[in-house]
Design a protein around this ligand. Structure first.
Ligand code: COA
Ligand code: MG
Length: 294
Protein backbone atom coordinates (compact mmCIF):
# COMPACT_ATOMS: atom_id res chain seq x y z
CA UNK A 1 0.00 0.00 0.00
CA UNK A 2 1.31 3.43 -0.87
CA UNK A 3 0.10 6.21 1.36
CA UNK A 4 -1.64 8.95 -0.55
CA UNK A 5 -1.25 12.31 1.10
CA UNK A 6 -4.81 13.20 2.07
CA UNK A 7 -3.83 16.66 3.16
CA UNK A 8 -2.57 18.94 0.46
CA UNK A 9 -2.10 21.87 2.75
CA UNK A 10 -0.01 21.62 5.88
CA UNK A 11 1.25 25.12 6.52
CA UNK A 12 1.22 24.76 10.30
CA UNK A 13 1.19 21.54 12.29
CA UNK A 14 0.83 21.96 16.04
CA UNK A 15 2.47 19.69 18.63
CA UNK A 16 0.11 19.02 21.51
CA UNK A 17 1.33 17.28 24.68
CA UNK A 18 -0.83 14.19 25.20
CA UNK A 19 -0.66 14.56 28.96
CA UNK A 20 -2.31 17.98 29.05
CA UNK A 21 -6.13 17.74 28.74
CA UNK A 22 -6.41 21.52 28.45
CA UNK A 23 -4.18 21.80 25.38
CA UNK A 24 -5.77 18.67 23.87
CA UNK A 25 -9.22 20.25 24.19
CA UNK A 26 -8.07 23.56 22.77
CA UNK A 27 -6.00 22.25 19.84
CA UNK A 28 -8.85 21.23 17.47
CA UNK A 29 -10.43 24.68 17.86
CA UNK A 30 -7.26 26.39 16.57
CA UNK A 31 -6.61 27.15 12.87
CA UNK A 32 -3.61 24.82 12.45
CA UNK A 33 -3.69 22.62 9.35
CA UNK A 34 -2.79 19.61 11.46
CA UNK A 35 -2.03 18.35 14.96
CA UNK A 36 0.73 16.09 16.23
CA UNK A 37 -0.69 14.63 19.44
CA UNK A 38 2.45 13.81 21.35
CA UNK A 39 3.30 10.80 23.46
CA UNK A 40 7.04 11.33 23.32
CA UNK A 41 9.26 14.20 24.46
CA UNK A 42 6.56 16.43 25.94
CA UNK A 43 5.12 13.67 28.16
CA UNK A 44 6.70 12.67 31.48
CA UNK A 45 7.40 8.93 31.94
CA UNK A 46 4.77 8.62 34.68
CA UNK A 47 2.12 10.25 32.46
CA UNK A 48 2.59 8.06 29.37
CA UNK A 49 -0.27 5.65 30.00
CA UNK A 50 -2.82 8.32 30.81
CA UNK A 51 -1.63 10.34 27.78
CA UNK A 52 -2.44 7.43 25.43
CA UNK A 53 -6.02 7.45 26.62
CA UNK A 54 -6.28 11.23 26.48
CA UNK A 55 -5.11 11.12 22.86
CA UNK A 56 -7.52 8.32 21.99
CA UNK A 57 -10.37 10.45 23.35
CA UNK A 58 -9.20 13.44 21.25
CA UNK A 59 -8.99 11.25 18.14
CA UNK A 60 -12.55 10.05 18.69
CA UNK A 61 -13.80 13.57 19.37
CA UNK A 62 -12.19 14.96 16.19
CA UNK A 63 -12.96 12.07 13.89
CA UNK A 64 -15.86 13.57 11.96
CA UNK A 65 -15.54 17.32 12.01
CA UNK A 66 -11.91 18.35 12.42
CA UNK A 67 -10.72 19.41 8.93
CA UNK A 68 -6.97 19.03 9.50
CA UNK A 69 -4.54 16.12 9.84
CA UNK A 70 -4.67 14.15 13.10
CA UNK A 71 -1.26 12.65 13.73
CA UNK A 72 0.06 10.84 16.80
CA UNK A 73 3.75 10.85 17.72
CA UNK A 74 4.51 7.58 19.47
CA UNK A 75 7.53 6.87 21.65
CA UNK A 76 10.78 5.93 19.90
CA UNK A 77 11.39 2.50 18.44
CA UNK A 78 14.22 1.91 20.99
CA UNK A 79 11.74 2.15 23.91
CA UNK A 80 9.38 -0.44 25.31
CA UNK A 81 6.46 1.96 24.89
CA UNK A 82 5.75 2.42 21.18
CA UNK A 83 3.91 -0.88 20.66
CA UNK A 84 1.46 -0.19 23.48
CA UNK A 85 1.13 3.39 22.22
CA UNK A 86 0.02 2.00 18.86
CA UNK A 87 -2.28 -0.57 20.43
CA UNK A 88 -4.25 2.23 22.07
CA UNK A 89 -4.17 5.06 19.55
CA UNK A 90 -4.81 3.14 16.32
CA UNK A 91 -8.36 2.56 17.54
CA UNK A 92 -8.89 6.31 17.10
CA UNK A 93 -8.00 6.13 13.39
CA UNK A 94 -5.28 8.77 13.22
CA UNK A 95 -4.26 10.04 9.78
CA UNK A 96 -0.62 9.28 10.44
CA UNK A 97 1.85 8.05 13.03
CA UNK A 98 4.93 10.21 13.57
CA UNK A 99 8.10 8.50 14.74
CA UNK A 100 11.05 10.38 16.19
CA UNK A 101 14.75 9.91 15.35
CA UNK A 102 14.27 7.62 12.38
CA UNK A 103 17.65 6.51 11.03
CA UNK A 104 16.71 3.70 8.66
CA UNK A 105 13.72 2.37 6.75
CA UNK A 106 13.95 -0.72 8.98
CA UNK A 107 12.44 1.14 11.95
CA UNK A 108 9.52 2.26 9.79
CA UNK A 109 9.08 -1.33 8.69
CA UNK A 110 8.96 -2.48 12.33
CA UNK A 111 6.32 0.13 13.02
CA UNK A 112 4.33 -0.83 9.92
CA UNK A 113 4.51 -4.53 10.79
CA UNK A 114 3.19 -3.83 14.28
CA UNK A 115 0.40 -1.69 12.83
CA UNK A 116 -0.62 -4.51 10.47
CA UNK A 117 -0.69 -6.90 13.40
CA UNK A 118 -2.60 -4.64 15.80
CA UNK A 119 -5.09 -3.12 13.37
CA UNK A 120 -4.96 -4.57 9.84
CA UNK A 121 -7.81 -2.24 8.82
CA UNK A 122 -6.28 0.73 10.60
CA UNK A 123 -3.18 1.29 8.47
CA UNK A 124 -2.31 4.94 8.13
CA UNK A 125 0.55 7.03 6.79
CA UNK A 126 3.91 7.40 8.53
CA UNK A 127 5.65 10.69 9.28
CA UNK A 128 9.32 9.95 10.06
CA UNK A 129 11.23 12.63 11.94
CA UNK A 130 14.73 13.37 10.76
CA UNK A 131 16.65 14.73 13.71
CA UNK A 132 20.06 13.09 13.80
CA UNK A 133 23.10 13.18 11.50
CA UNK A 134 22.55 9.55 10.49
CA UNK A 135 18.88 10.27 9.83
CA UNK A 136 19.88 13.06 7.46
CA UNK A 137 22.32 10.78 5.65
CA UNK A 138 19.65 8.07 5.31
CA UNK A 139 16.77 10.46 4.55
CA UNK A 140 16.14 9.31 1.00
CA UNK A 141 15.89 5.61 1.90
CA UNK A 142 13.58 6.58 4.77
CA UNK A 143 11.38 8.89 2.70
CA UNK A 144 10.86 6.26 0.00
CA UNK A 145 9.21 3.82 2.42
CA UNK A 146 5.80 3.31 0.79
CA UNK A 147 3.80 4.43 3.83
CA UNK A 148 5.61 7.74 4.24
CA UNK A 149 3.59 10.79 3.21
CA UNK A 150 5.43 13.52 5.10
CA UNK A 151 8.93 13.99 6.47
CA UNK A 152 9.34 16.13 9.59
CA UNK A 153 12.56 17.95 10.53
CA UNK A 154 13.53 17.81 14.18
CA UNK A 155 15.88 20.75 14.30
CA UNK A 156 16.39 20.96 18.08
CA UNK A 157 17.77 17.45 18.46
CA UNK A 158 19.69 17.76 15.22
CA UNK A 159 21.31 21.04 16.29
CA UNK A 160 22.35 19.46 19.57
CA UNK A 161 23.75 16.36 17.86
CA UNK A 162 25.74 18.55 15.48
CA UNK A 163 27.07 20.62 18.36
CA UNK A 164 25.59 23.84 16.97
CA UNK A 165 25.14 27.05 18.89
CA UNK A 166 21.61 28.55 18.84
CA UNK A 167 21.92 30.57 15.64
CA UNK A 168 18.99 32.59 14.31
CA UNK A 169 20.33 32.21 10.77
CA UNK A 170 20.61 28.43 11.03
CA UNK A 171 23.94 28.46 9.17
CA UNK A 172 25.08 25.17 10.66
CA UNK A 173 21.75 23.48 9.89
CA UNK A 174 21.62 24.61 6.26
CA UNK A 175 23.17 21.55 4.71
CA UNK A 176 21.00 19.16 6.72
CA UNK A 177 17.81 21.10 5.95
CA UNK A 178 18.55 21.14 2.24
CA UNK A 179 19.74 17.55 2.04
CA UNK A 180 16.64 16.27 3.85
CA UNK A 181 14.40 18.43 1.69
CA UNK A 182 16.09 17.07 -1.44
CA UNK A 183 15.60 13.52 -0.18
CA UNK A 184 11.91 14.08 0.58
CA UNK A 185 11.28 15.66 -2.82
CA UNK A 186 13.23 12.93 -4.65
CA UNK A 187 10.83 10.48 -3.00
CA UNK A 188 7.83 12.65 -3.90
CA UNK A 189 7.00 13.43 -0.26
CA UNK A 190 6.02 16.55 1.65
CA UNK A 191 8.35 18.00 4.26
CA UNK A 192 7.79 20.18 7.35
CA UNK A 193 10.35 22.44 8.97
CA UNK A 194 11.29 22.06 12.65
CA UNK A 195 9.98 24.06 15.60
CA UNK A 196 11.01 27.48 16.86
CA UNK A 197 11.21 27.09 20.61
CA UNK A 198 11.08 30.71 21.78
CA UNK A 199 7.34 31.25 22.04
CA UNK A 200 7.82 34.85 23.17
CA UNK A 201 9.84 35.91 20.10
CA UNK A 202 7.32 36.52 17.29
CA UNK A 203 9.86 38.30 15.10
CA UNK A 204 12.38 35.47 15.34
CA UNK A 205 9.57 33.05 14.52
CA UNK A 206 8.55 35.04 11.43
CA UNK A 207 12.13 35.17 10.21
CA UNK A 208 12.45 31.40 10.58
CA UNK A 209 9.15 30.83 8.72
CA UNK A 210 10.40 32.98 5.84
CA UNK A 211 13.65 31.02 5.87
CA UNK A 212 11.81 27.67 5.73
CA UNK A 213 9.49 28.86 2.98
CA UNK A 214 12.44 30.10 0.91
CA UNK A 215 14.19 26.76 1.33
CA UNK A 216 11.09 25.00 -0.04
CA UNK A 217 9.40 23.47 3.03
CA UNK A 218 5.64 22.90 2.77
CA UNK A 219 5.01 24.23 6.25
CA UNK A 220 6.26 24.44 9.80
CA UNK A 221 5.77 22.41 12.92
CA UNK A 222 4.73 24.76 15.72
CA UNK A 223 4.40 24.50 19.49
CA UNK A 224 2.14 27.37 20.52
CA UNK A 225 -1.20 28.80 19.28
CA UNK A 226 0.45 32.20 18.62
CA UNK A 227 2.69 30.58 15.99
CA UNK A 228 -0.16 29.19 13.87
CA UNK A 229 -1.48 32.24 12.10
CA UNK A 230 1.95 33.61 11.05
CA UNK A 231 2.96 30.19 9.70
CA UNK A 232 -0.34 29.88 7.81
CA UNK A 233 0.26 33.27 6.25
CA UNK A 234 3.88 32.73 5.25
CA UNK A 235 3.49 29.20 3.86
CA UNK A 236 0.58 30.32 1.70
CA UNK A 237 0.93 31.84 -1.75
CA UNK A 238 -0.13 35.49 -1.39
CA UNK A 239 -3.24 36.87 -3.13
CA UNK A 240 -0.84 38.58 -5.55
CA UNK A 241 0.84 35.21 -6.31
CA UNK A 242 -2.58 33.67 -6.95
CA UNK A 243 -3.49 36.55 -9.27
CA UNK A 244 -0.26 36.15 -11.24
CA UNK A 245 -0.90 32.40 -11.45
CA UNK A 246 -4.34 33.10 -12.93
CA UNK A 247 -2.90 35.42 -15.57
CA UNK A 248 -0.21 32.89 -16.48
CA UNK A 249 -2.86 30.20 -16.92
CA UNK A 250 -5.05 32.47 -19.05
CA UNK A 251 -2.16 33.41 -21.31
CA UNK A 252 -0.99 29.80 -21.52
CA UNK A 253 -4.47 28.52 -22.41
CA UNK A 254 -4.76 31.17 -25.13
CA UNK A 255 -1.33 30.21 -26.48
CA UNK A 256 -2.33 26.54 -26.54
CA UNK A 257 -5.55 27.44 -28.38
CA UNK A 258 -3.34 29.03 -31.06
CA UNK A 259 -1.31 25.82 -31.18
CA UNK A 260 1.67 27.43 -29.43
CA UNK A 261 3.65 26.02 -26.50
CA UNK A 262 5.18 29.23 -25.14
CA UNK A 263 4.06 32.78 -24.37
CA UNK A 264 5.25 35.82 -22.43
CA UNK A 265 3.56 37.24 -19.30
CA UNK A 266 4.91 40.40 -17.62
CA UNK A 267 8.03 40.10 -19.75
CA UNK A 268 8.70 36.55 -18.58
CA UNK A 269 8.77 33.36 -20.60
CA UNK A 270 5.94 30.94 -19.82
CA UNK A 271 6.28 27.28 -20.79
CA UNK A 272 4.27 24.25 -19.75
CA UNK A 273 6.24 23.91 -16.50
CA UNK A 274 5.26 27.43 -15.50
CA UNK A 275 1.62 26.66 -16.24
CA UNK A 276 1.90 23.52 -14.06
CA UNK A 277 3.50 25.61 -11.32
CA UNK A 278 0.73 28.20 -11.61
CA UNK A 279 -1.86 25.44 -11.31
CA UNK A 280 -0.20 24.13 -8.12
CA UNK A 281 -0.02 27.63 -6.67
CA UNK A 282 -3.72 28.22 -7.36
CA UNK A 283 -4.86 24.92 -5.92
CA UNK A 284 -2.78 25.53 -2.75
CA UNK A 285 -4.24 29.01 -2.48
CA UNK A 286 -7.82 27.73 -2.96
CA UNK A 287 -7.30 24.96 -0.37
CA UNK A 288 -6.06 27.57 2.10
CA UNK A 289 -9.04 29.84 1.47
CA UNK A 290 -11.31 26.91 2.14
CA UNK A 291 -9.46 25.91 5.33
CA UNK A 292 -9.43 29.48 6.62
CA UNK A 293 -13.21 29.68 6.15
CA UNK A 294 -13.79 26.52 8.25
N1 COA B 1 -1.61 23.15 21.87
C1 COA B 1 -2.82 23.62 22.26
N2 COA B 1 -2.99 24.64 23.12
C2 COA B 1 -1.88 25.22 23.60
C3 COA B 1 -0.59 24.80 23.23
C4 COA B 1 -0.47 23.71 22.34
N3 COA B 1 0.72 23.25 21.96
N4 COA B 1 0.31 25.58 23.86
C5 COA B 1 -0.39 26.46 24.60
N5 COA B 1 -1.70 26.24 24.46
C6 COA B 1 -2.80 26.98 25.08
C7 COA B 1 -2.67 27.05 26.60
O1 COA B 1 -3.30 25.93 27.18
C8 COA B 1 -3.40 28.34 26.90
O2 COA B 1 -4.78 28.09 26.82
P1 COA B 1 -5.85 29.05 27.59
O3 COA B 1 -5.66 30.43 27.03
O4 COA B 1 -7.17 28.45 27.21
O5 COA B 1 -5.50 28.95 29.02
C9 COA B 1 -3.03 29.22 25.72
O6 COA B 1 -2.70 28.33 24.66
C10 COA B 1 -1.87 30.14 25.98
O7 COA B 1 -0.75 29.40 26.40
P2 COA B 1 0.46 30.06 27.21
O8 COA B 1 0.05 30.34 28.60
O9 COA B 1 1.01 31.19 26.41
O10 COA B 1 1.53 28.92 27.16
P3 COA B 1 1.79 27.85 28.29
O11 COA B 1 2.78 28.42 29.24
O12 COA B 1 0.51 27.31 28.83
O13 COA B 1 2.49 26.68 27.46
C11 COA B 1 4.22 25.47 26.39
C12 COA B 1 3.76 26.85 26.88
C13 COA B 1 5.50 25.63 25.60
C14 COA B 1 4.43 24.55 27.58
C15 COA B 1 3.10 24.91 25.48
O14 COA B 1 2.91 25.83 24.45
C16 COA B 1 3.35 23.53 24.94
O15 COA B 1 3.18 22.55 25.64
N6 COA B 1 3.72 23.40 23.64
C17 COA B 1 3.93 22.14 22.99
C18 COA B 1 5.21 21.46 23.42
C19 COA B 1 5.44 20.16 22.72
O16 COA B 1 4.53 19.48 22.33
N7 COA B 1 6.72 19.78 22.51
C20 COA B 1 7.07 18.59 21.82
C21 COA B 1 7.51 18.84 20.43
S1 COA B 1 8.85 19.97 20.26
MG1 MG C 1 12.84 15.23 20.12
Amino acid sequence: MTAQPRFHLLRSVLYVPGSNPKTLAKAPTLPADGLILDLEDSVAPEAKIQARHNILATLHATRDHYPGARVVRVNGIHTDLWRDDLAVVLAGRPDAIALSKVESPASLERLAAAMREIAPDGMCALWPMIESPLGVLQAHAIATHPLVSMVVMGTSDLGRALGLPGDPERIGLRHALQQTLMAARAAGRGILDGVFVNIRDPEGFLAECHDGARLGFDGKTVIHPAQIEPANRIFLPSDADAETARRILDAWNQARARGEEICVVDGKLVERLHADQANQCLSRWKNAQKRDED
